[in-house]
Design a protein around this ligand. Structure first.
Ligand code: PMP
Length: 396
């Protein structure tokens, strides 16, 4: 087969045109100022209902102050990878604090949840091993699986019967087995049956890795997540600091030998500059606030409940859920973006989510309130949905 020779720019332009024609082209909108319940988007004030800043910490004056104090004390950057000259006492302090909070043996910071998942999953397994991964797992977990040499089996979303079928077929052929699942799924807000998954791991001698990115801080006792809520002990627990914690960075909590192994093998840890020390010192402060934030947790879940109930009454297709994530199923990608634009014209920012982030035919609007939204802002958003209803499948 012969290719038409193209310059790189021509090639990417063709790809962009194809995305545009399919209604799948993405371009970020610009926000000025902090991410709070209301934001300045492209110069206009709107209610922001599509961040993962569930507890409202990203713009919390006390957290901002903790970061300023950290900069004064610790400086601007870590200077290098942790293994070169970059392990500061605040990094270890934050790791110990997070491990204690979760009742896990130790913890390890990464510069993002994406790099944590890619680094961990690619480091842990070899060609002799096998992975069982939920079909809705995050892109970073999928990429981690792609980067290692293990055999990967994808089980149907939250389907423990399918997981057991695959374990029965494939577990005994491998040395190590790892089951990987998010606990609250990022685009659907539904919860993995972690107790049943843990039982299967025990029965088939597999380790369990959970990604609590969307649960930590919001769900479970003291915001410790779904595993804590269901008294399940995972072997590895990953969570990002970019969502409820309001900052950036991430960590994995696990037994000390696993942490020591990752320090030696996780390439995104070894070959990447450590998170800024002021961030590590702020993590210690933020962990204590997250732990005590029962009122904020109640508020964000109350807002999500109100949105679920009201939008369902308006005829929108909303699945049940117990997390702050409220997906409004539209199905068509172009219509999803049109609805997002119409809502924005009414002062409400809700992002459309399209393939490949979600499966074909399941494009949606993903609503995620913050604890710091007022009841009036939530009602204003509901009123905007009522006005655009006629454009959606709900409106016929
Ligand atoms: N895991 C899940 C389930 C996520 O939703 C995300 C972020 N969207 C990540 C990992 C990546 O975390 P970070 O944003 O810190 O890279």
């Amino acid at each position: 087969m012969r290719f038409v020779v193209m310059s790189l720019v021509q090639h990417v332009q063709q790809a962009l045109d194809a995305l545009s024609q399919a209604g799948l082209l993405r371009s970020p909108l610009t926000i000025t100022g902090p991410i709070g319940p209301a934001i300045i988007l492209e110069g206009k004030e709107v209610i922001c209902l599509c961040s993962n800043n569930y507890l409202g910490f990203a713009s919390h004056p006390l957290l901002v102050q903790a970061i300023k104090d950290g900069v004064d004390k610790e400086g601007a950057g870590a200077g290098s990878s942790r293994l070169v000259s970059g392990t500061l006492s605040v990094h270890r302090g934050a790791e110990t604090h997070l491990a204690n909070y979760l009742g896990m043996g130790d913890a390890l910071l990464f510069s993002s949840g994406f790099s944590a998942n890619v680094g961990i999953v690619s480091a842990l397994l070899t060609q002799d091993d096998v992975v069982f991964s939920d079909s809705f797992n995050h892109a970073s977990l999928i990429d981690g699986c792609r980067l290692n040499q293990a055999t990967v089996h994808v089980y149907a979303h939250r389907d423990t019967a399918d997981l057991e079928r695959l374990l029965r077929l494939h577990r005994s052929k491998a040395r190590e087995a790892l089951v990987i699942s998010e606990t609250v799924f990022s685009m659907d807000g539904d919860v993995a049956p972690v107790k049943d998954i843990r039982a299967l791991c025990d029965r088939y001698d597999a380790a369990l890795m959970v990604d609590e990115a969307h649960a930590l801080g919001v769900l479970g006792p003291e915001g410790r997540g779904i595993c804590a809520a269901q008294s399940v002990k995972p072997d590895l627990l990953v969570a990002t600091l970019g969502k409820s914690f309001g900052m950036s960075g991430a960590f994995v909590a696990a037994a000390p030998p696993i942490i020591r192994f990752l320090i030696n093998r996780a390439r995104s840890y070894i070959y990447s500059t450590a998170i800024p020390p002021y961030m590590a010192s702020a993590v210690i402060v933020a962990t204590d606030w997250v732990r005590a934030a029962d009122d904020a947790r109640r508020n964000v879940l109350r807002h999500a409940d109100r949105l679920r109930g009201a939008l369902r009454e308006l005829g929108f297709s909303i699945t049940d859920g117990e997390s702050p994530i409220v997906p409004v199923l539209i199905r068509d990608p172009v219509l999803s973006m049109q609805l997002s634009t119409r809502l924005l014209e009414r002062g409400v920012f809700v992002q459309g989510i399209r393939p490949p982030t979600v499966p074909q035919g399941t494009s949606r609007l993903r609503i995620a309130p913050m604890a710091s939204h007022s009841d009036a802002q939530i009602e204003q958003a509901i009123a905007a949905f009522a006005e655009v209803r006629h454009l959606s499948p709900a409106g016929g």
